[in-house]
Every structure is written in C-alpha cells, then in structure tokens.
Design a protein around this ligand. Structure first.
Ligand SMILES: Cc1cc2nc3c(=O)[nH]c(=O)nc-3n(C[C@H](O)[C@H](O)[C@H](O)COP(=O)(O)O)c2cc1C
Ligand code: SF4
Ligand code: SF4
Length: 313
C-alpha cells in the first residue's frame, strides 16, 4: 500500500508514535509519506494513496484545533480509505468522542473508515508519568501498533464506540477554543531563569511567541499544545491558569522504548483511582495480541470467521 500519515503534535508524543507507525508499515513493505501540521504547512495532495492515516493528541476530549483546521482543507475523494491513530494520557471512553469532527467530514466526502485506534502516551500536562509506567505504556503501544497494521492490511475494521452523550460532553468541554486565546494572556516567562535560547520562539507551531525588547512575548493564537513550556530548558514558562498542571521535560521516549517493559508490571490488579482504566485497556490489548499472534509472537493466519469476530480495542 501507499500510505500518507497526516498528524499534529504538540510535545512530540504523536510525532514519536508516527515514527513507529511509519517504521512498522515500512517494515511490512509499504510506502509511507507523512505530513506534520503546523500553521505554515501547505495543504497536501491526498491523491494516489491507498490509505490515509490521521494522528493527533486528544485535548480535553477533542482533536486539536490546528488539526481540525488543516483536515478541513483537504480534498478527500469518495471511496478513500482512512484510519485514525489518536493518543492521550488516559483511556476514558469520553476520549472516543474526539474523532467525531474528522469522522463527520470524512463520511461527508464518501471516505471509508478502515479502523480507529487509541494509543496511550504519557501526559504532557496534569502530571508527569513515572519512567516505569512510560516503559509499560510503550510496550503496549508496540503491541497495539502491530495489531493495527495486521488488521489494516487485512481490511478488518476496528471502531471505537462513542455516543451522543459523549459527543455532547466532549463538545461542551472543548477547552482550546477559549482556553488558548484567553489563557495566553496569563503566560509569563520567569526572567530570572530564561537564558534567551530562543527554543520556544522557534518551535511554537502557531508562531505565537516572539522576542521583543530582549524578552519573550506571547500573542493570543495559542492552541495549548504545551510545546513551549514542556521543552523550555530552564522550566521558565508559566502557563497561566493551568500552571498547577505544568509538566516540564523530555520523557526520552526512544530510550525508554529500547529498555522495554519494566521488570515488575506497573499496572496490577491492585491499581486504583486514576490507574484503574489501564487495567481493561492493557488486558484487551493482551488478549487480542495473543489471539492474533499467539504466545510465540508469530503472526497467525486466522480463518475469515475468526477474524470477523475482531474485538474493539
Ligand atoms: C490542553 C491539553 C488537553 C489534554 N486533554 C487530555 C484529555 O482530555 N485526555 C487525555 O487523556 N489526555 C489529555 N491530554 C494529554 C495529551 O493528549 C497527551 O499527553 C498526548 O500524548 C500529547 O501528545 P503530543 O505530544 O503529540 O502533543 C491533554 C494535553 C493538553 C496539552
Ligand atoms: S525556551 Fe525557555 S529559556 Fe529558552 S527563550 Fe524560551 S523561555 Fe527562555
Ligand atoms: S504558545 Fe506554547 S502552548 Fe501555545 S501554541 Fe505556542 S508552543 Fe503551543
């Protein structure tokens, strides 16, 4: 297949996931092109691709605004196959509603959903995940990635169930529309820490940050992607009303991925509270992985009726 991956990323988790999606498809002999969205990305030509893949991080149970703006401009032909690989910090079912805008648009163009997959990645806001937890998450991402590629190749369609209540709730808490422009009035750089390295200015996907009179200044086109504050080497950027949820510092995903899962499972039967939702998410992936690939991890060719029983993940 010839595959085009179109994605938005804030703090590069989705970019990392896209690297892995690309590598998996290339390993399987497919041709992969990719487009990373920022405010200057020209509209790409989707003609000639067998499959389009859309990747994004979930923001307040919604797809990011720059992603929505960009995908709205795409020309999509009737019959075009597409899949979604979205990611977020936790697995609440409300996150499923995040793809409703894209799904509506694609269906209106007559495009055909080939599958929808939700990967977990570490939080870039709220609180930093522990390293062992990230290693476990990446291990499950690797399994889900393989399940996804296997099913997409065979035309097995996985869907994620949303409903009208989730859709309405997600629309109601769409924090970016007001949150970005308003919250950015309260962004502040700690001048005692800032070393004027220019990284935030250079890397903002909305070109929303500039140097003025030797100081870092913000305009109000912010999409709340958190890239500026997350990667500031001095942890000097205060993110207004969300500052109590600020997470700063690269997780070093590639290194943690190479290290593999932790020696002792991070999520166990005893996990509770915030961690509760991962139990079912991980168990579902384990069960499907075993069903498709067996314990020896070799791909099994299932009979069509077995494949048709595919479970939603
Ligand atoms: C403004 C904002 C809102 C977020 N909302 C959610 C959310 O509703 N659910 C969730 O699980 N994660 C949420 N996250 C976490 C991100 O989805 C997650 O860390 C993702 O992997 C970031 O990907 P990126 O590095 O490509 O931007 C949010 C992050 C930000 C910055
Ligand atoms: S990234 Fe941090 S240290 Fe560098 S210019 Fe921006 S605020 Fe200052
Ligand atoms: S100002 Fe910061 S949070 Fe807002 S869009 Fe730019 S990099 Fe992202």
């Amino acid at each position: 297949m010839k595959i085009l991956l179109i994605y938005f990323t804030g703090t590069y988790n989705t970019r990392y996931l896209t690297d892995k999606v690309e590598a998996e498809f290339v390993r399987r002999g497919h041709i992969v092109d990719r487009v990373e969205i920022d405010c200057e990305t020209p509209v790409c030509d989707t003609a000639g691709y067998d499959l389009l893949g859309f990747g994004y991080p979930i923001y307040g149970f919604n797809s990011p605004l720059p992603f929505n703006r960009y995908t709205k401009k795409l020309t999509i032909r009737a019959g075009q196959k597409f899949f979604i690989y979205k990611n977020s910090g936790e697995t609440l079912a409300l996150n499923n509603a995040s793809s409703r805008i894209l799904l509506r648009r694609m269906q209106a163009s007559g495009a055909v959903l080939a599958g929808e997959y939700h990967f977990v990645m570490p939080y870039n806001i709220h609180f930093a995940f522990e390293k062992d937890f990230v290693r476990e998450i990446l291990d499950y991402d690797n399994k889900l990635l393989r399940i996804m590629a296997y099913k997409l190749e065979r035309g097995i369609v996985e869907t994620l169930e949303s409903n009208i209540f989730y859709d309405l709730a997600a629309a109601a808490v769409s924090i970016q529309k007001l949150g970005g422009p308003v919250n950015s009035f309260f962004y502040r750089v700690d001048e005692t820490k800032c070393v004027k390295c220019g990284l935030c200015v250079k890397s903002c996907p909305e070109k929303n940050i500039r140097f003025e009179d030797g100081k870092v200044k913000f305009s109000h086109k912010c999409d709340m992607c958190m890239r500026c504050s997350f990667y500031c080497p001095q942890d000097a950027i205060h993110i207004g009303m969300l500052d109590g949820w600020r997470v700063n510092g690269d997780y070093g995903l590639a290194k943690l991925d190479r290290e593999g899962p932790p020696a002792k499972p991070y999520i166990t039967e005893e996990s509770s509270g915030f961690y509760e939702c991962y139990k079912k998410y991980f168990a579902d992936i384990d069960a499907e992985y075993e069903r498709l690939f067996g314990l020896n991890r070799e791909p099994r060719e299932l009979a069509p009726e077995e494949l048709a029983e595919g479970r939603a993940i």
